[in-house]
Design a protein around this ligand. Structure first.
Ligand code: EPS
Length: 376
């Protein structure tokens, strides 16, 4: 699969192109729009989300709601368009870089003085296009009973230690939660923390745990470094603007324990085949899925646009100045869960197609069934 996204935060639209996706997959457009809606709402989101109503227009690759195997092109229009290819806009140059954003590094790299020309593409609004592709991948994975869900582990210094047992528990318990949390008591504290940060014009990061259930053993490979499933998951999730850390399974905790307490002992029964009673490796061993749930955590930094800005330097004068203050969110953890789930869906789909073929759903199903039979 090849994916290309285009579009500026305040340009005409966001565009996504997906090439190499199989023929014959039924596409529910409402589902894509629901995912876009999920990305927009949530406690801690900012004013831009009250302006936009992200909705897809599929330009190509789908006929009668079924994929054709040709490149799928998707468009989501921006309501808050402020920049135009065909005429000049009336935006004043942005001259003071925000620490933590792409502003300064981007201006240096592209020899640019107006930060607006950098922030337009560096904005997390680009993730709209990724969610479009991811929600098509989620529909593909559903054909094989692969489900993806996530929950908030922490917001700022408030952490929930609750561990769900099954993905269904995650789906049910997060349904009515404002913060995608499975822990009602901690959620209250997280909300208070966000309200406090908002009042103080500050921002907050957090940790999200993502699960994928139903992934067959055999996705990814140790044969070459870039084929490892864990490496690819880390790469795709780390590419999301706010993400600063990715852990698989026990992650950093592994390093503090003995091998006898980390590795997941192997069992076998006629009914279940090979199975584990623990899943510290997060469903991946030797860069290959082992049939247990894939478990990943991401750590997101607080959004860099602050209401009470940090020290910075004016690019026009090189004099000390407070960083630019631009409309922003207080905490993006709830929006981020949609992005991380969809990026994981993309990785799993790519690896699934690599293993079972990528021309048509019919062929992939045949290959998948025969593989499962042969390893059972
Ligand atoms: C975002 C749109 C942006 C920001 C946010 C994410 O819109 P605007 O810049 O017009 O307010 O709200 O971007 C960032 C947090 C960032 O750091 O770039 C979106 O659609 O998610």
């Amino acid at each position: 699969m090849r994916i290309l996204t285009a579009g500026e935060s305040h340009g005409k639209a966001l565009v996504a192109i997906l090439e190499g996706f199989p023929k014959g997959v039924k596409i529910d457009i409402d589902f894509i729009n629901q995912e876009l809606r999920r990305r927009q709402v949530g406690f801690g989101r900012g004013k831009r989300m009250q302006i936009e109503k992200d909705e897809v227009e599929i330009i190509s690759g789908v006929r009668n709601r079924i994929t054709l195997g040709s490149p799928i092109c998707i468009l989501v229009k921006n309501k808050d368009q402020k920049i135009y290819p065909e005429k000049e806009d009336d935006l004043k140059p942005v001259l003071v870089p925000r620490p933590g954003h792409a502003d300064l590094a981007g201006c240096l790299k592209f020899e640019e003085k107006d930060i607006q020309n950098i922030l337009e593409r560096a904005s997390a609004r680009e993730t709209v296009a990724r969610v479009c592709i991811g929600s098509i991948c989620k529909q593909f994975l559903k054909e094989f009973d692969i489900k993806i869900a996530s929950f908030t582990v922490s917001v700022g210094k408030i952490t929930s230690l609750k561990k769900p047992k099954r993905i269904e528990e995650v789906i049910q318990k997060t349904k009515k939660s404002l913060l995608n949390c499975i822990d009602k008591e901690k959620e209250k504290l997280m909300i208070e923390e966000i309200e406090k940060a908002k009042k103080e014009k500050d921002t907050l990061g957090g940790i999200i745990e993502i699960w994928a259930e139903g992934v067959p053993p055999g996705l990814g490979s140790f044969m070459h470094f870039d084929k490892r499933l864990d490496a690819k998951i880390a790469y795709y999730l780390m590419s999301i603007p706010a993400v600063k850390a990715v852990e698989i399974g026990l992650g950093f905790e592994c390093a503090k324990k003995r091998g006898s307490c980390v590795h997941d002992a192997i069992f076998y029964s006629k009914k279940r085949g090979f199975y584990r009673k623990t899943n510290n490796c997060g469903g991946i061993e030797g860069g290959i899925s082992n049939g247990e749930n894939i478990v990943v955590r991401v750590g997101a930094k607080p959004i860099p646009t602050l209401g009470v800005p940090l020290d910075s330097v004016d690019l026009a004068t090189n004099r000390k100045k407070k960083a630019s203050v631009i409309r922003s969110d207080t905490c993006i953890v709830v929006a981020l869960r949609v992005i991380v789930e969809n990026m994981l869906a993309i990785v799993l789909t790519e690896n699934f197609l690599e293993k079972f073929g990528s021309d048509s759903l019919q062929e992939i199903k045949r290959n998948y069934t025969s593989y499962l039979k042969s390893i059972s």
